[in-house]
Design a protein. Structure first.
Length: 223
């Protein structure tokens, strides 16, 4: 039985579409043991040498999952999204097998609500999240955008003109704009943590945090 308290416990990934394959590949690069499952022999063969284990099986069958030892995993990802019915059935099987942490991909809010109600601990909306992130990137001066709960976000961006050549205290970033500059990157140097005395130059990049609305207003202050 897999130790359910280990942060590096093996991960079961079901579905080798783009999302599932990307998840499995990144977990493997992070050094995690991964078992990928798909009903496509071609996809399983393709990934057999890229991850720890790859098995062809129909995860809609709880007996098939038992045969591959799915019940021994503490973390599972249901990456099936093309069929809502299959996604729900697979997630329900994972719940019935007693897997403590279940991550499931959803293609709509209603799909996500069903997954939550049957026991998925974490529901992911990759298409919607990618679309929202892209909208922020193409509409402003942001170079990267990560949104968290409660409308809080972290962005990488060029500093607006009003804060350049001043320390963060003198520019009034927090008091005037209600955002926090977390880190700064000067050309040819790594990111460093920002302090109240950090002076932002014309050529720096900054990492800033705050609400989505405040960050959008801050980014729109101009070059």
């Amino acid at each position: 039985m897999v130790d359910r308290n280990r942060h590096d416990a093996p991960v079961l990934v079901i579905g080798l579409g783009r999302f599932g394959a990307a998840t499995a590949g990144q977990l493997d690069r992070l050094g995690r043991e991964v078992l990928v499952v798909d009903d496509s022999a071609a996809l399983v063969q393709k990934w057999a040498e890229r991850v720890t284990h790859a098995v062809q099986a129909d995860a809609r069958s709880i007996d098939a999952l038992r045969q591959i030892g799915a019940q021994d995993f503490s973390v599972a990802v249901c990456a099936v999204g093309s069929s809502v019915e299959a996604s729900v059935l697979i997630t329900a099987n994972l719940v019935d097998l007693g897997i403590p942490q279940i991550w499931a991909k959803a293609i709509s809010q209603s799909h996500g609500k069903i997954l939550e109600r049957i026991g998925a601990n974490h529901v992911i909306y990759p298409e919607a999240e990618a679309g929202e992130r892209t909208a922020h990137l193409v509409s402003g001066r942001m170079l990267d955008f990560i949104e968290f709960d409660d409308d809080f976000a972290l962005v990488k961006m060029y500093p607006p003109k009003p804060i350049r050549g001043k320390s963060l205290t003198d520019s009034g970033v927090r008091t005037k704009h209600r955002i926090t500059v977390v880190g700064v990157k000067s050309p040819g140097r790594p990111f460093t943590y920002a302090t109240a005395d950090t002076v932002i130059s014309n050529h720096d990049l900054i990492i800033a945090s705050g609400t989505e609305a405040d960050l959008e207003r801050f980014a729109a202050l101009g070059v």
